[in-house]
Design a protein around this ligand. Structure first.
Ligand code: SAM
Length: 333
């Protein structure tokens, strides 16, 4: 275990929280001053996600005053993709509300809140943050206060699957961030999953271990299937919100079953239900794209984003970004 955890030393990422820090600062020296970062601490701005600082692996920031006061939010780079992608090409310029469907503990929620807050709007824009776990939602509430996002975010202790999509409360919702429960197989600190994956990849060499490994492999497959079923159900639910035009679906899983396969099934379901959504290329400058599997064209796979823990210096991650197919037509009408 020690050997593996050593091998997976990721850079330390921290997001500048522009709800509490002036957003126009771009210069490294000004950022250093605004956040009180020591002169000898080396860092650079991330080339793919705005407002994200990359520090050397092992940089200890948990007790830094800017982290404590919410100006800096410690968040893995790939986990910042979801809200960043959801804003679309022009930022949240439709001034619609946002739903974070599976929100707690809320890192992506405060990121979305910070991005919507940048747009001038005649009415206050809301981020509805749903989670069905009360303890996790409590943590989200505390984090929103610390991030200065509590006026924007409305925490909701309810299953996303149970929302009445025709409730007038959600009539202005134009974007949904869906980051559902997943296997967590991309998390570099979840060694059990890596080891599990390693044993699945290696195959079962020792015949004496067949029975035991077959049954544990069956359990893993059943668990994955039930996660994938929930992920698909949640994505299909997202498609049914009458005024939603943009959806970002993400997981911290490396398994096709929770990623590309869910996307294919969801696209098919959205066609069949008469609420067509299509994929739009997410993070075009990011090099690692989706995997081509049956049912997904080369182009569609290229629209998807994958991050591979070991090679990309992030946790393993997946993002798909959908837009409503009649979006342009709707706007013109
Ligand atoms: N997006 C979060 C973040 O970045 O901090 C992490 C979300 S975590 C991967 C998945 C969350 O989904 C868990 O907090 C879990 O309680 C919640 N969840 C599971 N089923 C749900 C449901 N039906 N409705 C709403 N939340 C659900």
């Amino acid at each position: 275990e020690n050997r593996i955890s050593h091998a997976i030393k990721l850079p330390r990422y921290a997001r500048i929280n522009t709800l509490l820090v002036k957003e126009s600062i771009a210069d490294i020296a000004d950022i250093r001053t605004a956040l009180g970062l020591p002169e000898d601490l080396i860092f650079e701005m991330d080339p793919h996600v705005n407002d994200l600082i990359v520090f050397p692996a092992g940089t200890e920031l948990h007790t830094h005053p800017s982290v404590i006061n919410g100006k800096l939010i410690l968040q893995d780079k790939a986990s910042c993709f979801s809200a960043f992608v959801l804003q679309g090409e022009r930022g949240f310029d439709d001034h619609g509300d946002v739903i974070d469907a599976c929100a707690a503990p809320g890192n992506k929620t405060s990121h979305a809140a910070m991005l919507v807050a940048r747009k001038q709007s005649s009415r206050p824009i809301k981020v509805f943050a749903f989670d069905r776990s009360a303890t996790r939602l409590d943590l989200l509430k505390r984090r929103m206060v610390s991030a200065g996002a509590d006026k924007i975010v409305e925490p909701c202790l309810q299953s996303f699957l149970d929302i009445d999509v025709n409730d007038p409360k959600y009539q202005n919702v134009s974007a949904i961030l869906l980051d559902p429960s997943c296997s967590g197989s991309g998390m570099s600190n979840r060694l059990d999953h890596l080891l599990e994956l390693a044993s699945m990849k290696q195959g079962f060499e020792d015949p004496s271990e067949h029975d035991e490994q077959d049954s544990s492999s069956n359990e893993v497959q059943a668990r994955l299937q039930s996660l994938a079923d929930f992920q698909l159900e949640a994505l299909k639910k997202a498609f049914t919100f009458p005024n939603v035009n943009r959806i970002a679906y993400s997981t911290c899983s490396i398994f096709e079953k929770e990623n590309e396969e869910v996307v294919i099934a969801a696209l098919r379901a959205s066609e069949e239900a008469g609420t067509p959504f299509h994929l739009v290329k997410a993070l075009p400058t990011w090099p690692r794209r989706g995997i081509v599997i049956d049912g997904l064209s080369n182009d569609q796979a290229d629209y998807l984003v994958r991050a591979n823990g070991l090679e990309d210096g992030t946790n393993g991650f997946f993002v798909a970004y959908f837009e409503r197919s009649n979006n342009l037509k709707r706007k013109r009408e």
